[in-house]
Design a protein around this ligand. Structure first.
Ligand code: COI
Length: 330
């Protein structure tokens, strides 16, 4: 069996080698992101392994179908890049890796919150300039905060449990599906209560129609003054222009943003010698109460290994059985 894997980082190559042998799959590596121009190289392969950052639109899916490939595997959790209506129409089955390491993102949410509350980014900047003053950087403690977690799937549930160990005033959680086991750490509430009560709001939601621009002026207006926002989900969950306005007015006290709605031309690339033409990104980078990281929350050794091994396992399952335990549109 032969698969082609797109958007492969250098650190993934030995993993594809190891797990390819394990599942008896010949893997061809493409370092580039999958797009309309390079999908043709998948011709002759049994399946395609791709990432959330790749293009999986109508045109790409049509080309995949024309190459007689009927199973594709994302090695991401989020699959908002896939046009599922079209994949279903073509009969292309899609699998993902729903739990490659919820800890990777959840621990990052904790890190981001602590960094914002402790102004850690500002200390690092000062010390790099040999400025050892603490003046102006007085911080907040988690025990005095009400923490809100929006989305309590695998990742959000862990975030609730991680925060419980820091003994905040309260943890409120919003999710349409309630889990009894979380109720010993947190109280399920409505979104309006999250807005009204929480000092820190952490977003762990997939990008779907209902969550697009969930963080927008209308909802920000309902939040507490000086609220801290942590977005480790998807860039489009946040209306960046509205968030920038609220950061400038002080309505939002700080934001840790690991994802950005127009991140693709920037995140993953070395832009040190380049003028950032994207006005909103430039503005975010200039605000002292904003921490921007390049969609890195997932990036741990555990996650990287599981993303590769499970994607190959999924491809093998599809090939052998025509189905997959991680199928999304089965
Ligand atoms: C996901 O798995 O959904 C991610 O966001 C990480 C991926 C883009 C590498």
């Amino acid at each position: 069996m032969r698969v082609v894997a797109y958007a492969v980082r250098d650190d993934e190559i030995p993993l594809f080698d190891k797990w390819g042998k394990h599942y008896n799959i010949e893997v061809t590596i493409a370092k580039e992101n999958l797009n309309e121009n390079n999908i043709q190289m998948a011709s002759g392969f049994d399946s395609i392994i791709f990432l959330a950052e790749d293009t999986m639109n109508k045109n790409v899916l049509d080309k995949i179908k024309s190459m007689n490939i009927n199973y594709i595997v994302s090695r991401s959790v989020g699959v908002d890049n896939v046009d599922f209506a079209h994949a279903n129409k073509l009969g292309i089955k899609v699998a993902n890796i729903p739990g490659y390491s919820p800890n990777s993102v959840s621990e990052y949410a904790l890190l981001s919150t602590l960094a914002l509350l402790r102004k850690y980014n500002l200390y690092i900047k000062r010390v790099q300039m040999q400025d050892f003053r603490i003046k102006g950087l007085i911080a907040k403690e988690i025990r005095n905060q009400v923490i809100g977690v929006v989305g309590a799937g695998r990742i959000g549930s862990l975030t609730v449990q991680h925060f419980a160990g820091f003994f905040p005033k309260k943890i409120f959680v919003f999710d349409n599906f309630q889990k009894d086991e979380l109720k010993k750490y947190a109280e399920y509430v409505s979104m309006d209560e999250i807005y009204k009560e929480c000092d820190v709001i952490i977003y762990h939601v997939p990008l779907i129609e209902e969550t697009k621009y969930l963080i927008c002026k209308k909802n920000i207006d309902k939040m507490k003054n000086g609220v801290f926002i942590i977005n480790v989900s998807r860039g489009k969950v946040m209306n960046t222009a509205d968030v920038i306005d609220a950061l400038k007015s002080g309505k939002i006290g700080g934001a840790a943003i690991d994802v950005y709605e127009n991140e693709l031309p920037y995140f993953r690339f070395d832009k040190r010698e380049t003028f950032i033409e994207d006005d909103m990104l430039r503005e975010l980078l200039s605000l002292p109460n904003v921490i921007v990281t390049p969609h890195a929350a997932f990036y741990t050794d555990e996650a990287a290994s599981n993303m590769v091994s499970v994607s190959l396992k999924n491809a093998r399952e599809f090939y052998d059985t025509g189905n997959c335990s991680n199928i999304i549109n089965g």
